[in-house]
Design a binder for this molecule. Structure first.
Ligand SMILES: Cc1ncc(C[n+]2csc(CCOP(=O)(O)OP(=O)(O)O)c2C)c(N)n1
Ligand code: SF4
Length: 290
């Protein structure tokens, strides 16, 4: 039987004490244990940001790619081996800023990817500039007079683009977060888990005090039906005295992108024979990658 120890990495996290990323790391490990997925049976792709260092801090096969390109590499990984659970992990800057078009297109394609977004509403790694989810008026070194843009609404965007699983977790609710990641892993198709992740160093207005007073669990709200798309879309905008966490939207799964590609019908590409590739083509490819 797997335990969290099986995912213990050699490096200790360098995140600030109290950073919400510690809980996300534990939540991912707990979900993998719960789903009985061993370290060699999953693949984590991250971008660039504080939270994107995550695969260095656990035992897992991981790929740390460029800022904003997390979902493109996750897409490639999924198409190369659709037998492998793929978890993308990246910040709100990576996912909803530089990677925004990739976010929308990955949702539309419905690749079977779990997308965990460490949403601290700030650029942490580069020391506190405003991010796509920062509120209007936010004062930072890059917005001394206050951010002018309206914030991105990730949950509503995902629902609008056709996602069939949209959830929000919170670093201060570890078991709940692990449960959400587990449900996302089980869901066939793209699954968003946007995580309220306090950055205790550069976004102190949105630390644990702020969220502890406001978050509530949707599954405890009487009458909330996560399969009701218009209601979910409306819920996605709720932000103020009350902030919902939980599964905001979940519908019957739709066919995934990979299920509809004829070349993948015979099984994962990595398991298919290379005989269709001429020897010189193969050698040229090898030389290019060397
Ligand atoms: C292509 C590219 N653009 C910009 C940067 C600079 N950069 C590095 S991390 C980052 C933002 C980090 O914020 P976020 O993705 O929210 O992650 P966090 O550090 O908050 O976890 C930026 C803009 C970069 N490294 N590469
Ligand atoms: S700067 Fe913020 S996001 Fe980065 S490690 Fe510290 S608390 Fe976490």
């Amino acid at each position: 039987m797997l335990t969290r120890q099986d995912f213990e990495g050699k490096e200790r996290p360098t995140w600030c004490p109290g950073c919400g990323n510690h809980a996300i790391l534990n939540g991912i490990k707990m979900a993998l244990v719960e789903q009985n997925i061993a370290p060699h049976q999953a693949f984590i792709v991250t971008g660039v940001g504080c939270g994107s260092k995550l695969p260095h801090y656990m035992k897992i096969t991981g790929f740390h790619t460029l800022h904003g390109r997390t979902l493109t590499v996750a897409t490639g990984a999924r198409l190369a081996n659709h037998g492998l659970p793929i978890i993308a992990v990246h910040g709100d800057g990576d996912g909803y800023g530089e990677g925004l078009s990739h976010f929308l297109n990955t949702v539309r394609r419905n690749l079977n990817i779990v997308d965990v977004v460490q949403d601290n509403r700030i650029y942490g790694l580069t020391k506190g500039q405003y991010s796509p989810t920062s509120e209007q008026g936010k004062r930072t070194p890059t917005s001394p007079h206050g951010a002018i843009e309206q914030p991105v609404q990730p949950l509503a965007l995902a629902i609008t683009a056709g996602a069939t699983f949209v959830a929000r977790g919170y670093s201060g609710e570890l078991k709940h977060l692990a449960w959400l990641i587990g449900e996302a892993l089980q869901h066939p198709g793209y699954a968003l888990v946007d995580v309220l992740q306090p950055c205790v160093t550069f976004n102190r207005n949105y630390a644990y005090d702020f969220y502890n007073e406001r978050v509530y669990k949707l599954e405890e709200e009487e009458g909330y039906d996560p399969s009701d798309r218009p209601a979910a879309w409306q819920k996605a905008f709720e932000w103020g005295d009350r902030i919902p966490i939980g599964i905001v939207y979940r519908s019957e799964p739709l066919p995934t992108y990979e299920e509809q590609i004829p070349a993948l019908q015979a099984g994962p590409l990595v398991d298919q024979p290379l005989e269709k590739l001429r020897a010189e083509q193969f050698q040229a490819l090898q030389a290019e990658m060397a």
